[in-house]
Design a protein around this ligand. Structure first.
Ligand SMILES: C[C@](O)(CO)[C@H](O)COP(=O)(O)OP(=O)(O)OC[C@H]1O[C@@H](n2ccc(N)nc2=O)[C@H](O)[C@@H]1O
Ligand SMILES: Nc1ncnc2c1ncn2[C@@H]1O[C@H](COP(=O)(O)OP(=O)(O)OP(=O)(O)O)[C@@H](O)[C@H]1O
Length: 311
Protein backbone atom coordinates (compact mmCIF):
# COMPACT_ATOMS: atom_id res chain seq x y z
CA UNK A 1 0.00 0.00 0.00
CA UNK A 2 1.42 3.39 -0.97
CA UNK A 3 0.90 6.42 1.24
CA UNK A 4 -0.68 9.55 -0.29
CA UNK A 5 1.95 12.26 -0.93
CA UNK A 6 1.84 15.18 1.53
CA UNK A 7 -0.42 18.02 0.36
CA UNK A 8 1.32 20.91 -1.40
CA UNK A 9 -1.43 23.31 -0.36
CA UNK A 10 -3.69 23.07 2.69
CA UNK A 11 -6.92 25.05 2.69
CA UNK A 12 -8.52 26.00 6.02
CA UNK A 13 -11.62 28.09 6.62
CA UNK A 14 -12.60 30.00 9.76
CA UNK A 15 -15.66 32.14 10.55
CA UNK A 16 -16.19 35.71 11.66
CA UNK A 17 -18.23 36.32 14.82
CA UNK A 18 -20.90 38.46 16.39
CA UNK A 19 -20.91 39.21 20.11
CA UNK A 20 -24.55 38.77 21.07
CA UNK A 21 -23.66 39.91 24.58
CA UNK A 22 -20.52 41.64 25.81
CA UNK A 23 -19.96 43.01 29.31
CA UNK A 24 -16.66 44.69 30.06
CA UNK A 25 -15.33 44.64 33.62
CA UNK A 26 -12.28 46.29 35.12
CA UNK A 27 -9.01 47.03 33.35
CA UNK A 28 -6.36 44.54 34.50
CA UNK A 29 -2.64 45.19 35.00
CA UNK A 30 -1.79 43.45 31.70
CA UNK A 31 -3.77 46.09 29.77
CA UNK A 32 -6.70 43.74 29.09
CA UNK A 33 -10.21 43.99 30.52
CA UNK A 34 -12.01 41.21 32.28
CA UNK A 35 -14.95 40.43 29.99
CA UNK A 36 -17.95 38.11 29.68
CA UNK A 37 -18.91 37.42 26.08
CA UNK A 38 -21.54 35.36 24.29
CA UNK A 39 -20.04 34.61 20.88
CA UNK A 40 -21.85 33.38 17.80
CA UNK A 41 -19.87 32.30 14.72
CA UNK A 42 -21.57 33.48 11.53
CA UNK A 43 -21.48 32.47 7.87
CA UNK A 44 -18.82 34.93 6.70
CA UNK A 45 -15.56 33.06 6.27
CA UNK A 46 -11.86 33.62 5.82
CA UNK A 47 -10.22 31.08 3.49
CA UNK A 48 -6.52 30.52 4.10
CA UNK A 49 -4.40 28.44 1.72
CA UNK A 50 -0.99 27.54 3.11
CA UNK A 51 1.84 26.25 0.94
CA UNK A 52 5.48 25.37 1.62
CA UNK A 53 8.02 28.20 1.47
CA UNK A 54 11.42 29.02 2.95
CA UNK A 55 10.23 32.11 4.81
CA UNK A 56 6.86 33.53 5.87
CA UNK A 57 4.69 35.62 3.56
CA UNK A 58 1.05 36.54 3.09
CA UNK A 59 -1.12 37.83 0.24
CA UNK A 60 -4.80 38.77 0.19
CA UNK A 61 -7.26 37.95 -2.58
CA UNK A 62 -10.96 38.78 -2.81
CA UNK A 63 -12.91 41.98 -3.16
CA UNK A 64 -12.46 43.47 0.34
CA UNK A 65 -10.10 46.45 0.64
CA UNK A 66 -7.10 45.14 2.61
CA UNK A 67 -4.83 48.12 1.88
CA UNK A 68 -4.59 48.98 5.61
CA UNK A 69 -3.61 45.47 6.67
CA UNK A 70 0.10 44.85 7.24
CA UNK A 71 1.77 42.17 5.11
CA UNK A 72 4.89 41.85 7.29
CA UNK A 73 5.44 40.16 10.68
CA UNK A 74 2.62 42.27 12.13
CA UNK A 75 0.06 40.34 10.11
CA UNK A 76 -1.86 38.11 12.52
CA UNK A 77 -1.75 35.14 10.14
CA UNK A 78 2.04 35.46 9.79
CA UNK A 79 2.32 35.73 13.58
CA UNK A 80 0.24 32.55 13.91
CA UNK A 81 2.44 30.59 11.47
CA UNK A 82 5.64 31.83 13.11
CA UNK A 83 4.36 30.97 16.59
CA UNK A 84 3.44 27.43 15.50
CA UNK A 85 6.85 26.94 13.88
CA UNK A 86 8.65 28.25 16.99
CA UNK A 87 6.61 26.05 19.35
CA UNK A 88 7.04 22.86 17.32
CA UNK A 89 10.65 23.43 16.20
CA UNK A 90 9.57 23.34 12.55
CA UNK A 91 12.39 24.79 10.46
CA UNK A 92 10.61 25.75 7.21
CA UNK A 93 8.08 28.45 6.45
CA UNK A 94 4.80 29.00 4.65
CA UNK A 95 3.18 31.23 2.09
CA UNK A 96 -0.37 32.15 3.13
CA UNK A 97 -3.00 33.22 0.65
CA UNK A 98 -6.07 34.67 2.31
CA UNK A 99 -9.41 35.08 0.59
CA UNK A 100 -10.97 37.69 2.87
CA UNK A 101 -14.71 38.12 3.43
CA UNK A 102 -14.90 39.50 6.97
CA UNK A 103 -14.77 43.33 7.11
CA UNK A 104 -11.33 44.62 8.22
CA UNK A 105 -11.28 46.17 11.74
CA UNK A 106 -15.05 45.73 11.78
CA UNK A 107 -15.49 44.12 15.20
CA UNK A 108 -16.15 40.72 13.65
CA UNK A 109 -12.82 39.03 14.38
CA UNK A 110 -11.53 38.78 10.79
CA UNK A 111 -7.86 38.87 11.74
CA UNK A 112 -8.59 36.34 14.49
CA UNK A 113 -10.21 34.02 11.92
CA UNK A 114 -7.12 34.37 9.71
CA UNK A 115 -4.92 33.38 12.65
CA UNK A 116 -7.11 30.41 13.60
CA UNK A 117 -7.30 29.09 10.02
CA UNK A 118 -3.53 29.55 9.64
CA UNK A 119 -2.78 27.54 12.80
CA UNK A 120 -4.91 24.68 11.50
CA UNK A 121 -3.60 24.86 7.91
CA UNK A 122 0.09 25.01 8.86
CA UNK A 123 -0.28 22.24 11.46
CA UNK A 124 -1.62 20.01 8.66
CA UNK A 125 0.80 21.25 5.97
CA UNK A 126 3.87 20.75 8.13
CA UNK A 127 2.64 17.52 9.73
CA UNK A 128 3.38 18.96 13.17
CA UNK A 129 0.22 17.27 14.49
CA UNK A 130 -0.29 19.57 17.47
CA UNK A 131 -4.02 18.89 17.72
CA UNK A 132 -6.92 21.07 18.90
CA UNK A 133 -6.03 21.47 22.60
CA UNK A 134 -2.50 22.73 22.00
CA UNK A 135 -3.62 24.87 19.07
CA UNK A 136 -6.18 26.49 21.42
CA UNK A 137 -3.40 27.42 23.85
CA UNK A 138 -1.39 29.00 21.01
CA UNK A 139 -4.52 30.77 19.77
CA UNK A 140 -4.99 32.49 23.14
CA UNK A 141 -1.44 33.89 22.87
CA UNK A 142 -2.31 35.51 19.53
CA UNK A 143 -5.45 37.39 20.60
CA UNK A 144 -8.53 37.27 22.79
CA UNK A 145 -10.86 36.27 19.92
CA UNK A 146 -8.60 33.68 18.27
CA UNK A 147 -9.62 30.64 20.40
CA UNK A 148 -13.27 31.23 19.52
CA UNK A 149 -12.47 31.37 15.78
CA UNK A 150 -11.01 27.86 16.22
CA UNK A 151 -13.99 26.43 18.11
CA UNK A 152 -16.87 28.33 16.46
CA UNK A 153 -20.53 27.56 17.19
CA UNK A 154 -21.93 29.40 20.20
CA UNK A 155 -19.76 29.90 23.26
CA UNK A 156 -19.27 31.93 26.40
CA UNK A 157 -15.89 33.59 26.83
CA UNK A 158 -14.51 34.86 30.14
CA UNK A 159 -11.15 36.26 31.25
CA UNK A 160 -9.90 38.17 28.22
CA UNK A 161 -12.69 36.44 26.26
CA UNK A 162 -10.35 33.52 25.53
CA UNK A 163 -11.53 31.11 28.25
CA UNK A 164 -14.32 29.33 26.44
CA UNK A 165 -17.19 27.14 27.46
CA UNK A 166 -19.74 25.95 24.91
CA UNK A 167 -23.29 27.31 25.17
CA UNK A 168 -26.35 25.32 24.17
CA UNK A 169 -28.00 26.81 21.11
CA UNK A 170 -30.90 25.61 19.01
CA UNK A 171 -31.83 26.47 15.45
CA UNK A 172 -30.51 29.17 13.16
CA UNK A 173 -30.39 32.91 13.80
CA UNK A 174 -30.65 35.32 10.86
CA UNK A 175 -28.66 38.54 10.84
CA UNK A 176 -28.34 41.50 8.49
CA UNK A 177 -24.98 43.23 8.85
CA UNK A 178 -24.11 46.77 7.89
CA UNK A 179 -20.33 47.03 7.49
CA UNK A 180 -18.71 50.47 7.59
CA UNK A 181 -16.28 51.81 5.05
CA UNK A 182 -13.62 52.56 7.68
CA UNK A 183 -12.76 50.36 10.64
CA UNK A 184 -12.36 51.19 14.33
CA UNK A 185 -9.33 50.27 16.43
CA UNK A 186 -10.22 47.78 19.18
CA UNK A 187 -7.78 49.25 21.78
CA UNK A 188 -9.12 52.77 21.07
CA UNK A 189 -12.70 51.64 21.69
CA UNK A 190 -11.72 49.99 25.00
CA UNK A 191 -9.77 53.15 25.92
CA UNK A 192 -12.82 55.34 25.17
CA UNK A 193 -14.86 53.18 27.58
CA UNK A 194 -12.17 53.61 30.28
CA UNK A 195 -12.09 57.38 29.77
CA UNK A 196 -15.86 57.57 30.13
CA UNK A 197 -15.76 55.45 33.30
CA UNK A 198 -12.94 57.55 34.75
CA UNK A 199 -14.85 60.78 34.08
CA UNK A 200 -18.04 59.43 35.64
CA UNK A 201 -16.56 57.34 38.41
CA UNK A 202 -18.42 59.27 41.11
CA UNK A 203 -21.73 58.25 39.48
CA UNK A 204 -20.86 54.60 38.83
CA UNK A 205 -21.75 52.36 41.77
CA UNK A 206 -20.45 49.75 42.41
CA UNK A 207 -17.19 50.90 40.75
CA UNK A 208 -17.29 48.55 37.75
CA UNK A 209 -19.49 45.47 38.05
CA UNK A 210 -18.11 41.97 37.52
CA UNK A 211 -18.96 41.03 33.93
CA UNK A 212 -21.42 38.22 33.26
CA UNK A 213 -23.57 36.80 30.50
CA UNK A 214 -27.17 37.02 31.70
CA UNK A 215 -29.51 34.06 32.12
CA UNK A 216 -31.87 35.70 29.60
CA UNK A 217 -29.19 35.50 26.87
CA UNK A 218 -28.45 31.83 27.62
CA UNK A 219 -32.16 31.00 27.65
CA UNK A 220 -32.80 32.75 24.32
CA UNK A 221 -29.88 30.91 22.69
CA UNK A 222 -31.03 27.59 24.14
CA UNK A 223 -34.57 28.19 22.89
CA UNK A 224 -33.38 29.32 19.43
CA UNK A 225 -35.84 32.20 19.81
CA UNK A 226 -34.83 35.38 17.93
CA UNK A 227 -37.57 37.48 19.59
CA UNK A 228 -36.25 36.54 23.02
CA UNK A 229 -32.64 37.10 21.96
CA UNK A 230 -33.55 40.51 20.52
CA UNK A 231 -34.62 41.61 24.03
CA UNK A 232 -31.27 40.50 25.47
CA UNK A 233 -28.67 41.79 23.00
CA UNK A 234 -26.18 44.07 24.73
CA UNK A 235 -22.67 45.40 24.29
CA UNK A 236 -20.72 47.61 26.70
CA UNK A 237 -18.49 48.69 23.79
CA UNK A 238 -21.45 50.08 21.83
CA UNK A 239 -21.52 53.47 23.59
CA UNK A 240 -17.76 54.14 23.16
CA UNK A 241 -17.94 52.94 19.53
CA UNK A 242 -20.80 55.41 18.96
CA UNK A 243 -18.80 58.18 20.58
CA UNK A 244 -15.88 57.50 18.23
CA UNK A 245 -18.15 57.00 15.20
CA UNK A 246 -21.43 58.93 15.69
CA UNK A 247 -22.76 57.82 12.28
CA UNK A 248 -23.43 54.33 13.73
CA UNK A 249 -26.44 55.81 15.58
CA UNK A 250 -28.18 56.54 12.30
CA UNK A 251 -27.53 53.00 11.04
CA UNK A 252 -29.03 51.56 14.24
CA UNK A 253 -32.09 53.80 14.01
CA UNK A 254 -32.67 53.04 10.33
CA UNK A 255 -32.38 49.26 10.84
CA UNK A 256 -34.70 49.22 13.82
CA UNK A 257 -37.24 51.44 12.03
CA UNK A 258 -37.08 49.14 8.98
CA UNK A 259 -38.22 45.94 10.68
CA UNK A 260 -35.21 44.55 12.56
CA UNK A 261 -36.09 42.88 15.87
CA UNK A 262 -33.05 44.65 17.36
CA UNK A 263 -29.67 46.00 16.36
CA UNK A 264 -26.33 45.90 18.13
CA UNK A 265 -22.78 46.98 17.37
CA UNK A 266 -20.65 43.85 16.95
CA UNK A 267 -17.70 43.78 19.37
CA UNK A 268 -15.66 46.95 19.07
CA UNK A 269 -17.57 47.97 15.91
CA UNK A 270 -18.24 49.67 13.62
CA UNK A 271 -20.16 46.80 11.96
CA UNK A 272 -23.81 46.84 13.05
CA UNK A 273 -25.69 43.54 13.33
CA UNK A 274 -29.47 43.39 13.05
CA UNK A 275 -31.33 40.34 14.27
CA UNK A 276 -34.40 39.34 12.24
CA UNK A 277 -36.99 36.58 12.61
CA UNK A 278 -36.20 34.50 9.50
CA UNK A 279 -34.72 34.58 5.99
CA UNK A 280 -37.75 36.42 4.51
CA UNK A 281 -37.37 39.16 7.13
CA UNK A 282 -33.64 39.31 6.32
CA UNK A 283 -34.43 39.91 2.65
CA UNK A 284 -36.99 42.60 3.52
CA UNK A 285 -34.53 44.40 5.79
CA UNK A 286 -31.81 44.14 3.14
CA UNK A 287 -34.15 45.80 0.61
CA UNK A 288 -35.12 48.57 3.06
CA UNK A 289 -31.53 49.29 4.11
CA UNK A 290 -30.33 49.24 0.49
CA UNK A 291 -33.03 51.80 -0.37
CA UNK A 292 -31.61 54.00 2.43
CA UNK A 293 -28.18 53.70 0.83
CA UNK A 294 -26.59 51.06 3.07
CA UNK A 295 -24.64 48.03 1.87
CA UNK A 296 -25.63 44.88 3.75
CA UNK A 297 -24.47 41.31 4.25
CA UNK A 298 -26.95 38.60 5.19
CA UNK A 299 -25.52 35.88 7.41
CA UNK A 300 -26.71 33.07 9.68
CA UNK A 301 -25.31 31.59 12.86
CA UNK A 302 -24.14 29.56 14.57
CA UNK A 303 -21.68 27.93 12.13
CA UNK A 304 -18.66 25.69 12.64
CA UNK A 305 -15.21 26.87 13.74
CA UNK A 306 -11.93 26.57 11.82
CA UNK A 307 -11.84 23.52 9.54
CA UNK A 308 -9.72 21.99 6.81
CA UNK A 309 -11.49 22.18 3.43
CA UNK A 310 -10.80 19.41 0.91
CA UNK A 311 -11.00 21.18 -2.46
C1 LIG B 1 -13.99 43.34 21.19
C2 LIG B 1 -13.77 41.85 21.07
O1 LIG B 1 -13.69 41.49 19.70
C3 LIG B 1 -14.99 41.14 21.65
O2 LIG B 1 -15.00 39.77 21.33
C4 LIG B 1 -12.52 41.41 21.81
O3 LIG B 1 -12.59 41.81 23.16
C5 LIG B 1 -11.24 41.90 21.18
O4 LIG B 1 -10.51 40.78 20.82
P1 LIG B 1 -9.15 40.88 19.94
O5 LIG B 1 -9.32 41.86 18.85
O6 LIG B 1 -8.78 39.45 19.62
O7 LIG B 1 -8.20 41.50 21.00
P2 LIG B 1 -6.60 41.43 21.14
O8 LIG B 1 -5.99 41.50 19.79
O9 LIG B 1 -6.24 40.28 22.04
O10 LIG B 1 -6.35 42.79 21.92
C6 LIG B 1 -6.33 44.04 21.30
C7 LIG B 1 -6.50 45.09 22.37
O11 LIG B 1 -7.87 45.16 22.79
C8 LIG B 1 -7.97 45.45 24.17
N1 LIG B 1 -8.65 44.34 24.89
C9 LIG B 1 -8.92 43.18 24.24
C10 LIG B 1 -9.60 42.15 24.92
C11 LIG B 1 -9.94 42.37 26.28
N2 LIG B 1 -10.57 41.41 26.98
N3 LIG B 1 -9.65 43.54 26.88
C12 LIG B 1 -9.02 44.54 26.20
O12 LIG B 1 -8.79 45.61 26.76
C13 LIG B 1 -6.54 45.65 24.66
O13 LIG B 1 -6.26 47.02 24.54
C14 LIG B 1 -5.72 44.86 23.65
O14 LIG B 1 -4.40 45.32 23.54
N1 LIG C 1 -4.68 38.97 8.86
C1 LIG C 1 -5.22 40.12 9.25
N2 LIG C 1 -6.47 40.41 8.83
C2 LIG C 1 -7.05 41.57 9.24
N3 LIG C 1 -6.46 42.48 10.00
C3 LIG C 1 -5.22 42.24 10.43
C4 LIG C 1 -4.56 41.05 10.06
N4 LIG C 1 -3.35 41.09 10.62
C5 LIG C 1 -3.27 42.25 11.29
N5 LIG C 1 -4.38 42.96 11.17
C6 LIG C 1 -4.65 44.28 11.80
O1 LIG C 1 -5.43 44.05 12.97
C7 LIG C 1 -6.40 45.07 13.16
C8 LIG C 1 -7.74 44.44 13.50
O2 LIG C 1 -8.20 43.73 12.38
P1 LIG C 1 -9.49 42.80 12.42
O3 LIG C 1 -10.06 42.80 11.04
O4 LIG C 1 -9.21 41.51 13.05
O5 LIG C 1 -10.42 43.65 13.39
P2 LIG C 1 -11.67 43.33 14.24
O6 LIG C 1 -12.57 42.41 13.49
O7 LIG C 1 -12.23 44.63 14.70
O8 LIG C 1 -11.10 42.54 15.46
P3 LIG C 1 -11.86 42.09 16.77
O9 LIG C 1 -13.31 42.01 16.53
O10 LIG C 1 -11.23 40.74 17.01
O11 LIG C 1 -11.46 43.13 17.75
C9 LIG C 1 -6.40 45.92 11.89
O12 LIG C 1 -5.84 47.17 12.26
C10 LIG C 1 -5.52 45.20 10.91
O13 LIG C 1 -4.72 46.08 10.15
Amino acid sequence: MSLAPPAAVVHARAPGKINVALQVGALQEDGYHDVAVAYQAVSLYEDVRASHADGFSVAFTGTIDTSGVPLDEANLAVRAARLLAAETGYRGGAHLEIDKHVPVAGGMGGGSADAAATLLACDALWGTGLGREKLLALAARLGADVPFALTGGTAIGTGRGDRLSPALAKGVFHWVLVPAEHGLSTPEVYAALDEHRERHKQDIFPAVRAPMVGADVLQALRAGDPHMLAESLGNDLQAPALRLRPSIAEVLETGEASGALAGVVSGSGPTTAFLVADSDAALELHVALSASGYRTLRVTGPVHGARIVHD
